[in-house]
Design a protein around this ligand. Structure first.
Ligand code: SME
Length: 151
């Protein structure tokens, strides 16, 4: 159950002896290892003043897409829409950046700091159409927790 992960997320976030990047890394690893259909979990953040996203901590296969311009791919679209983007079938998307041929579906949830969209959590799945409203609510909560340590 996703909600069983909440106390673990809180514990990672609260560990102020650990760097922010290591804590984000811990969240990515926890999610990837705990949820069978989460095959790649990563954070992207706005790259300074540029209209692009830069890859932060992630768990899963390395990706070439460390920089994504705003508007490009699912991630780049969320950077400008400020809305969750659930993709049940990546093949049905024309504005999509493929990281691995095995990926069937994707969810991207924006991360807000003081009401501003500063990044996102991105999850790829090898399972077709696995994401529900429960994933959306859970990932919104994860991002809200992360925002607290980014202030
Ligand atoms: N599929 C994403 C690119 C990032 S990778 O999934 C890690 C997109 O279309 O924006």
């Amino acid at each position: 159950m996703l909600k069983d992960l909440r106390p673990k997320i809180t514990a990672i976030i609260s560990d102020s002896d650990t760097s922010i990047d290591m804590r984000l890394q811990g969240i990515c690893t926890l999610l990837k290892e705990s949820v069978p259909y989460y095959d790649w979990v990563g954070f992207y953040f706005k790259n300074g003043d540029k209209e692009e996203l830069k890859l932060g901590p992630y768990a899963g296969e390395p990706t070439n897409h460390t920089i994504i311009p705003f508007g490009k791919g699912i991630c780049g679209q969320v950077a400008v829409s400020n809305e969750n983007f659930v993709v049940p079938d990546v093949k049905a998307q024309d504005n999509y950046i493929a990281c691995s041929l095995n990926v069937k579906s994707e969810i991207v949830v924006p991360l807000f700091l003081n009401g501003k969209n500063i990044g996102q959590i991105d999850i790829d799945s090898k399972t077709p159409d696995p994401f529900t409203k429960e994933d959306e609510r859970f990932l919104e909560l994860v991002n809200a927790q992360v925002a607290k340590i980014l202030e």
